[in-house]
Design a protein around this ligand. Structure first.
Ligand code: FE2
Length: 258
């Protein structure tokens, strides 16, 4: 059996959650998806609440990953400990609630998912994501295959992680920058890779935010609460086709669903 994995780019605001709920199941059906990972750290713009997480699971996500806004909504703290299907970056350290790596039983396959955060212009408080990735991949208990969401700003940092894990993980994708990159590929040693999945949210927006608010920020407006843009929405992500016998990725295809 070949596994089709769908990774969905950062869900932004009410617009993104609504669009995910509307179209994720039909996209999964169309692409014969077996396992879905959704980055949900912007569901409440800055962070997500337990209710947002429940909405994302109800929409069809198997696992939610997070990033720099993990604790944007503090009511998520206990949920991170209580729910095994939500991951915060593994390299945030052991004093932080929740987990950043888990293995999920999916019939014939045991699928490991790892969430990491980058340090280039993003989180200098995190420990080294390259060291963390190395340590988790040396774990004695071997899953059928491993998927990695690397939430990072720097394209070079993300591509370096892809090549570090090439042949060790089955798929590595980037999140956080919200603009889908056109480099979906299978790396030389069989790891599916894309630098950024893109986002799930308003089409006419600045990474999901009302354009006027973003423009104001760059003119020097004081800090404010940003609103999710409205109007037509899109879901962006990547489909990785994985052979569980070898753990190799056979194809990686960026997708956009409006
Ligand atoms: Fe982020």
């Amino acid at each position: 059996m070949i596994y089709n994995i769908l990774a969905v780019g950062d869900v932004v605001g009410a617009c993104g959650v609504k669009h995910l709920s509307r179209c994720l199941r039909s996209l999964k059906k169309r692409k014969s998806i077996h396992f879905t990972v959704v980055n949900g750290e912007n569901a409440a713009m800055v962070g997500l609440t337990p209710n947002d997480a429940e909405d994302i699971f109800a929409a069809g996500a198997d696992v939610i990953t997070l990033g720099n806004h993990t604790f944007g909504k503090m009511q998520i703290r206990d949920y991170l400990d209580d729910c095994p299907y939500i991951l915060r970056p593994a390299n945030l350290g052991s004093r932080v609630p929740g987990r950043g790596y888990a293995v999920y039983d999916c019939g014939a396959a045991r699928i490991a998912v790892m969430n990491l955060i980058g340090r280039c212009d993003l989180s200098f408080h995190a420990s080294n994501p390259f060291t963390t990735a190395d340590e988790f991949l040396k774990a004695e208990e071997k899953p059928t295959f491993t998927l990695v969401d690397f939430h990072a700003e720097g394209t070079s940092e993300k591509r370096a992680m892809g090549f570090l894990l090439d042949g060790k993980a089955s798929a590595v994708w980037g999140t956080h920058t919200h603009v889908q990159t056109s480099d979906a590929c299978v790396l030389p040693n069989g790891t599916g890779y894309i630098t950024d999945l893109g986002m799930t949210g308003a089409v006419n927006s600045v990474i999901g935010i009302e354009p006027e608010q973003s423009i104001g920020k760059f003119f020097g407006d004081p800090p404010r609460r940003y609103d999710s843009a409205k109007g037509p929405a899109k879901l962006e992500g990547c489909v990785f086709t994985i052979d569980p016998e070898t753990g190799k990725c056979l194809s990686a295809e960026g997708v956009r669903f409006t």
